[in-house]
Design a protein around this ligand. Sequence first.
Ligand SMILES: [Zn+2]
Length: 283
Amino acid sequence: MRSLCVILLFAQFSCSTSSQETIFEGQSALLFVEEQMAFGPRIPGSEESRKTAGWVVEQLESFGWETEVQHFSYLGTPLMNIIAKSEGVSESKPILIGAHYDTRPYADRDPIHPEAPVPGANDGASGVAVLIELAHVLDRDRLRQPVWLVFFDAEDSGNIDGWDWIVGSSFFADNLTQVLEAAVIVDMVGDRDLQLYIEKNSDPNLVQEIWELADQLGYPAFINTPKYSMIDDHSPFLRIGVPAVDIIDFDYLYWHTIDDTVDKVSAYSLEQVGRTLEHWLEN
Ligand SMILES: [Zn+2]
């Protein structure tokens, strides 16, 4: 009787460990977009931004990630980057996956409401949602290297009231005390009609690895053709010599308008990006 129990317990144990294997779900990521949208625009230094940052930390910790907040200020505005690090062997260099959580204070490409804030469903919330669903599903025992999930503040206030672009990621890169293996930025990755052309400043080897993997997985959003050159959160990493890539769809009709809303975002778009990164980090 006793040995039967042991066998049953063992069977149950093996069964429950294999069923814990989770994969990136686009629907789950879409919910994370909606939860961010409920806070309103995430303008740097605002109450909504602080609440969103608190929510990001809560999500990360609920998925078992050690989280820290990097406080700094820019032109008198208090700002925050949020950093979650996988545990494990720290001899190998970490891979950073980053996204900006702030939204642009003015929809200055909107023909009717240029003074209104950008809602930022795609430009802001989509990248954050991919990172949080990755925090949910990444199997930290299978990571090829330590992974840092980093949420940058103040990417998107450039040319407003004397602000520069990419303020949060610049502060982060300039204050790094550890050498990174690579930095992968996701920005505007939720568009229903997702077209991820190669960003021209991105590290060619990283691009090849990621676009090839997406092709093997059968994801049509990754298009193996260079198109735009961007200043984005990958730029400060390239500047300090870290190979970096910007995964971005810059053909977005609602960019910096008040119509950057959740109905423009699709679960399948988020899923193609999330699953590609999940495979890339775990294998
Ligand atoms: Zn933007």
